[in-house]
Write a protein that binds this ligand. Structure first.
Ligand code: HEC
Length: 130
């Protein structure tokens, strides 16, 4: 009787730990988008194409929400990137992971190739704050 209860307890605890491990792995994977970020950061960027993506070639355009002097973007819906000055890594991570705020930034993970992500992020990194 006692033994049965103990082994049942062990089973419940084991299952709970397994479940937690699976959840953690899923979370770590979606939070970072790790591999893609590093792959994009390794590419040689086309800065001019990055500017076109920022102002015209994304949907919705980055310019429609974020100010950036170099691009002539003045929207104040979201953060001013001249103030924020995100590193290329931060930009790519943000575009892949999305934000938890109003808009669905998940969209860019599908819309943009790794090369696009690199071009955009390096463009912003090179001009923000100038
Ligand atoms: C619909 C509005 C909207 C669009 C379009 C948009 N963003 Fe954002 N972005 C946000 C919001 C909201 C956040 C969360 C923090 C904030 O308010 O800036 C954010 C966060 C970020 C961040 C993280 C820095 C921060 O301030 O938290 C970066 C970098 C960024 N966006 C770059 C971009 C780029 C590059 C594009 C174009 C591919 C883009 N965003 C398109 C609204 C937008």
């Amino acid at each position: 009787m006692r033994h049965a209860l103990a082994s049942r307890l062990v089973r419940v605890v084991t299952l709970a730990l397994l479940g937690a491990a699976v959840l953690f792995a899923a979370w770590a994977n979606s939070a970072g988008g790790g591999d893609r970020v590093d792959q994009a950061l390794d590419l040689e960027a086309d800065i001019e194409h990055g500017q076109q993506l920022y102002s015209d070639l994304t949907n919705p355009t980055c310019a429609s929400c974020h100010s950036l002097r170099d691009a002539g973007a003045t929207s104040n819906i979201a953060s001013d990137l001249d103030d924020f000055q995100p590193s290329a890594r931060v930009t790519i991570q943000s575009l892949i992971a999305g934000t938890t705020l109003e808009h669905d930034r998940e969209g860019y993970a599908d819309e943009l190739s790794n090369q696009d992500l690199a071009d955009l992020a390096r463009y912003i990194e090179s001009v923000a704050g100038n």
